[in-house]
Design a protein around this ligand. Sequence first.
Ligand SMILES: Nc1ncnc2c1ncn2[C@@H]1O[C@H](COP(=O)(O)OP(=O)(O)OP(=O)(O)O)[C@@H](O)[C@H]1O
Ligand SMILES: [Mg+2]
Length: 425
Amino acid sequence: MEVIESKKEDYTAPEIVVGRDWEDYKIFGTKGTIYIGKHLVGTGEDAHLTTPVLLDVLRPHIITLTGKRGTGKSYSMGIFAEEILKLPEDIRENLCAVIIDTQGIFWTMKQPVEYSPYMREWNIEPKGFDVKVYVPEGQKEIFKEAGVVFDGTFSISPEQLSYSDWLFVFGIEMTDILGVLLQRVLSKRIFKTIEEIINEIKKIEGFEKEKLALENFFEATKHWGIFGEQKMPQLLLPGKVSIIDVSLTPQSIRALLVALISRMIIYERTIARRQEEYEKISGEKKYKIPMCWLMIDEAHNFIPNVGTTAATEPLMKIVKEGRQPGISLVLATQQPYKLHPDALSQCDLIISHRLTSKDDIEALKSIMQTYIIFDITKYMDELPRVKGVALILDDNSERLYKIRIRPRMSWHAGSSPVALKSRVL
Ligand SMILES: Nc1ncnc2c1ncn2[C@@H]1O[C@H](COP(=O)(O)OP(=O)(O)OP(=O)(O)O)[C@@H](O)[C@H]1O
Ligand SMILES: [Mg+2]
């Protein structure tokens, strides 16, 4: 087995487990892992596949999934979801996953992929998966017309948003006149509808021009199809993989949704963690809120290196404190350089498909420098020019591997994203 670099004892096992340190490997072996691909040995044309590569799901992880456009990030994210749903019951019931789908490409996971001879090489059969797809309540007709199969809808109520959420949504500064007026309005009471907020703005004396601007901001939200009475469905259920389709939602609202979902996951898992501790002591079993994998496509738009979004604060909380409540985060991005550096530095695993930009490669290098002696560019260059190949930088075992991600069983719509965007955005 070719291990490119390592400081630790060598594995002698017939498989590679990433995301698991040696201590855990000795206890658990390959239990509680998902099959993501095969080890790639050799370089360029001579590269060939060898040992299965498994990823630990017993512990929480922060994973950056990166690579240039069309190199396999969303595809690989789909592999994680497939594998979570394929886990044996006793492990699956302790896990759930939430995918923030910015391109509207994950609903097709319900369908099996068309069989290809390439799948035979991997001994993999086509299979559809029982993922639960949710679309915004106000956009359901558009999704229906497009033939998207979904399981439910969601909306958010204005009362769920804090003052700073609104500032992010509209891109207003707290110190702007609009920001000041907004605070004056929101401090009056709790508003359940957008109409109630607009009526309250109208009551302000003076500031005619600014009032109109603020009213217009709120009027515009009515076309986003996101505010309503249909709450978010229960996402943290044993073995459930939920897809939140935000492909037709403006970016500032996507960030807001990610913020609300992240806060909800943190809240529920923090309570669950306390409950689990109590159960350990008392032996009493009450309820199960599974550990959660939050997977975010195009993550640099939510947790950027420059500026902040509504999602920055809750996502950074998961990045820094998510291990304790058992929350894993998968941040997929074309440009790791554009991801918040603290998010990148807290990753314990990086799965990097081909990258060529110097800034992006430097960003990866800076966090894994302790055990990468050679220039990471060398390994990138050695990757054969086929889809789905990647480098895995594993901070748990301090190793670096070249791998090829396995073929999907379910249909991946990545090459033909929903052609609807222009209708709403
Ligand atoms: N592991 C793989 N095995 C075989 N084919 C793959 C694999 N990964 C990706 N592909 C192929 O590459 C295409 C692009 O993959 P994907 O949609 O995941 O790209 P991406 O990195 O998410 O791109 P973007 O940055 O544009 O979102 C897929 O439609 C699929 O055909
Ligand atoms: Mg993608």
